[in-house]
Design a protein around this ligand. Structure first.
Ligand code: HEC
Ligand code: HEC
Length: 415
């Protein structure tokens, strides 16, 4: 085991020195957090490929049966999130009553998500994983990722590459040949990978990185934030109060909005309460263990240390989401924030089963993060954040809504 660890450390050190996303030393004005990964350069995807990807994204003929597209769950009106009309916090699939076990994340700003890598922070004992797609990091690249939903029986449910390739040939023969060459329909596996490339090009396009929120205008020096929003921003950063920025990283002293993605692309075990509306959860033995499943598949040593870990999502456009957290347990943004404030001090308010950390198998509850502010407190003690602090944090989070979605925000006109 020891030898394995040493091998891993070495491999990681080597890897960390190779990855372009390595976190740099903290700048002088924000000494507490390492610098955000350098923003990825705009990809050089040809406009024709982006346009093809966009068409595929909205095409309801690509599911089995027809009627579900990527946009059914990643709804453009909701910053490309949503659960296809399901009200229980997890996505409804393309077939009737085919409900998944996870909440649909927004697919905006994915251009900046790096492939998986390990990185060791100055004060950390060992390198830890970052990057990758899905709540559990099981896809390493977007091309790999976007082929998932096309075949997932709970999503678009195509039987195999052959079935999908036939649909693509019927609908996109000319465009696909222009983009990928005359032979693109000869091998179905190649055809579906090409569709993945086109979808990736769309997801990485400028359209999917609008940076048009009030926060973005604020760091560009164009608008001021209200006093409540500014209080929220400070609480968000303050390592003794919200401490949110230790995971949801941002840099308000840079006018480059790509330095404020509100995630470090890392993973954490936050122990959100069990969502009892998920059908699978009626089985007391069913648990969604998150990153450790990926870790086991990738044969990381001691993979069970990652059970209960899920990806830290970007908080851009968080106020227009219908549900929060990987299992969609919360439907109000205020609850998601208040949970951080009192998870440790009043657990009974959150874990309705009466069991703390009830959505993590008992054997892995020791993985849960109990050391980070704001939940490094004792039961019954004073929370790190007061009720009005929580309100201020919510006010700040609402400044992260891009211009196109402001009307969708909870409490705004039309909702
Ligand atoms: C039935 C609903 C549904 C459909 C249809 C769907 N998705 Fe998703 N999508 C989800 C859910 C739920 C997740 C989170 C799943 C997980 O983490 O295991 C997800 C995750 C993703 C992610 C990962 C985002 C991240 O932050 O890591 C991408 C990218 C994505 N979907 C793209 C697509 C594309 C492209 C299509 C169409 C080919 C599509 N999705 C179709 C529900 C859906
Ligand atoms: C130790 C790392 C960490 C800290 C500190 C942290 N978060 Fe998170 N945050 C996460 C992770 C990981 C998730 C996803 C958890 C899950 O789904 O199981 C998350 C999810 C969220 C979500 C739900 C987003 C969505 O799309 O569903 C919100 C809102 C949020 N955090 C806000 C905050 C706020 C506000 C603070 C500070 C009070 C904070 N977070 C502090 C790691 C962190």
């Amino acid at each position: 085991m020891r030898g394995l660890w040493r091998g891993l450390l070495l491999a990681c050190a080597l890897l960390a020195s190779l990855v372009p996303f390595k976190l740099n030393a903290a700048p002088v004005n924000t000494p507490l957090y390492p610098e955000m990964p350098a923003p990825a350069a705009a990809p050089a995807d040809p406009p024709g490929l982006v346009a093809l990807g966009r068409q595929l994204f909205f095409d309801t003929r690509l599911s089995e049966p027809r009627g579900t597209s990527c946009a059914s769950c990643h709804a453009p009106a909701q910053a490309f999130s949503g659960n296809h009309g399901s009200r229980i916090g997890v996505a409804l699939g393309g077939r009737p009553a085919s409900l998944g076990t996870r909440n649909t994340p927004s697919v905006l700003y994915l251009r900046y998500t790096p492939p998986r890598f390990f990185y060791q922070d100055d004060d950390a004992l060992a390198p830890i994983p970052f990057g990758g797609f899905f709540w559990d990091g099981r896809a390493n690249t977007l091309v790999e990722q976007v082929q998932g939903p096309l075949f997932n029986p709970l999503e678009m449910n195509n039987r195999d590459a052959g079935q999908l390739a036939r649909k693509l040939q019927q609908a996109y023969a000319l465009d696909m040949r222009v983009q990928f060459g005359a032979a693109i329909f000869q091998r179905p596996a190649q055809t579906t990978e090409a569709a993945g490339r086109a979808l990736e090009a769309f997801l990485r396009s400028d359209e999917m990185t609008p940076f048009s929120s009030r926060y973005d205008d604020y760091i560009r020096g164009r608008v001021k934030l209200s006093t409540a929003e500014m209080r929220g921003l400070r609480l968000f950063k303050d390592p003794d109060k919200g401490n949110c920025a230790s995971c949801h990283k941002f840099n308000d002293s840079s006018s480059n909005p790509a330095r404020s993605l509100f995630t470090d692309f890392g993973y954490d075990a936050v122990a959100v309460p069990r969502n009892r509306r998920i059908a699978e959860n009626r089985n007391p033995k069913f648990y969604d263990v998150g990153l450790c499943k990926t870790a086991a598949q990738l044969q990381w040593p001691d993979s069970s240390q990652w059970c209960g870990y899920f990806k830290t999502p970007s908080l851009r456009n968080v106020a227009v989401r219908e549900n929060y957290m990987h299992n969609g347990v919360f439907s109000e943004l205020r609850d998601a924030v208040a949970f951080y404030a009192t998870r440790a001090t009043k657990p009974g308010d959150w874990y309705k089963s009466g069991v703390k950390f009830d959505d993590v198998p008992p054997a892995y509850r020791e993985n849960i993060n109990i050391n980070s502010v704001p939940y490094n407190r004792r039961e019954g003690s004073k929370p790190a954040l007061s009720d009005s602090d929580v309100d201020d944090l919510v006010a700040f989070l609402k400044t992260l809504t891009d211009a196109a979605y402001v009307r969708q925000q909870a409490g705004s006109v039309g909702k």
